[in-house]
Design a binder for this molecule. Sequence first.
Ligand SMILES: Nc1ncnc2c1ncn2[C@@H]1O[C@H](COP(=O)(O)OP(=O)(O)OP(=O)(O)O)[C@@H](O)[C@H]1O
Ligand SMILES: [Mg+2]
Length: 447
Amino acid sequence: MVFEIILIYGLVEFYYSSIEAELNRSAQSIVYNYNQYLNNYELYKDAKVLLEYIPGNTVAQVQIIDDRGVLLADSIEPSMEGMELNYYDINMALSGKQSIWKGKISQTGEPVFSVSWPITSPDSEKVIGVVRVITTLSDVNEILKNHIIILVSLGFCIVFLIFLTGLALTNTIISPVKEITSAAKTMAQGRFDVRVSKRYNDEIGELGDTLNYMAQEVSNHQKMKNDFIASISHELRTPLTSIMGWIITINSGDIDSKEELREGLDIIEKESKRLAVLVDELLDFSKFDAGVITLRRSTVNLGELLSYIKRQMEPRAVRKGITITIDVDEELPWIDADENRLKQVFINIIDNSFKFTQKGGYIDIIGRKKESSVLIRIEDNGCGIPKENIPKVKQRFFKGDSLVSGSGLGLAICDEIIKLHNGELNIESTVGKGTTVDVILPVQLEI
Ligand SMILES: Nc1ncnc2c1ncn2[C@@H]1O[C@H](COP(=O)(O)OP(=O)(O)OP(=O)(O)O)[C@@H](O)[C@H]1O
Ligand SMILES: [Mg+2]
């Protein structure tokens, strides 16, 4: 609107000022001619003659008026001669100033534009008459009207286009954003089953997808947490049930012999230890999850650590009739690691090998230097892991069907510890042939 008002105003101004300039030129030339050629006579005598000096290209009406305002000569309507004219511009010119007037002729109502210039006598500088040049504004106003109609309709078109654009924006941006916002609010209240529907494949659609993805992840996480708690409860109940059972039996005095009492107390001790271990492992997990576990790093001589573990395991190997061997490269590099945590990892893995290997089997501990890492391999020829279970053994609480399986946390903890060391834990296994667990640890260059 502002633009249109400025444009229309400028247009009217342009047309009117060019008309004014044209009229002024004519008036000026008549005044000039009078002063040049005729000023030695009386104006009333010269008026008719003066009209002949009108420039040939003047289309306007020219009037010569005397100092009382009486029309002396008129180029278009001679019948009006002798009438006294009373217009603003004539009165101003009679007082010595060039002036303009825009208005309507009272009889016809025609819009006109007039310019009046004073005619002065050369000797006295006194105003002796007026030259008035008049033109009709009907034609110009008609042109202006057409222009304004075009401009206004153009304006309406633009407003309509803006309206359409707004509508499109509402559909593609504002409504989807509103939908996403309301979905996000619902999610914030804990309902992660809501999903944002995708309307367009643009940035906002992508935002919706991301939000959906987040909701999915949170749901998964919640489910995992619930499963975890369920597993823990289950895991805690088994030893507790057996402890409770024995305590009730002992407490009721139904025990016949000392041996039976001893057996009961043994079971209570064993189960309590199991509970303590389980609680320790769970604490470890909550620390892993909170990301607060920090490695107490030092320079670790892997070769020595592995020999130490092997020696520690020897009595168990003898007891179970399993051969345990170690084969570690001489120049196995020292690494920057948490020695106790690594020990926990290797003992866990070797413990599994012992549990799942029959009498007469073997367990090999192998240490090899690679380009920028160390490979520790623990190999057994035990019962092996069914193919479909291999990807699951690192999950918390996953244990096979075997009776010797523990709580199923061992490998999950090992995996976390190795990840903290930026290493890898890979398991390969064939049922009936045996299992190979590879631990790959990076070697820091500064050591
Ligand atoms: N060397 C192996 N040979 C055969 N099966 C194995 C071996 N190592 C692991 N498994 C299988 O993977 C499962 C998970 O092992 P993991 O060490 O996590 O748990 P676990 O030994 O059962 O219990 P925990 O270590 O907590 O006492 C085991 O229950 C077993 O089924
Ligand atoms: Mg284990």
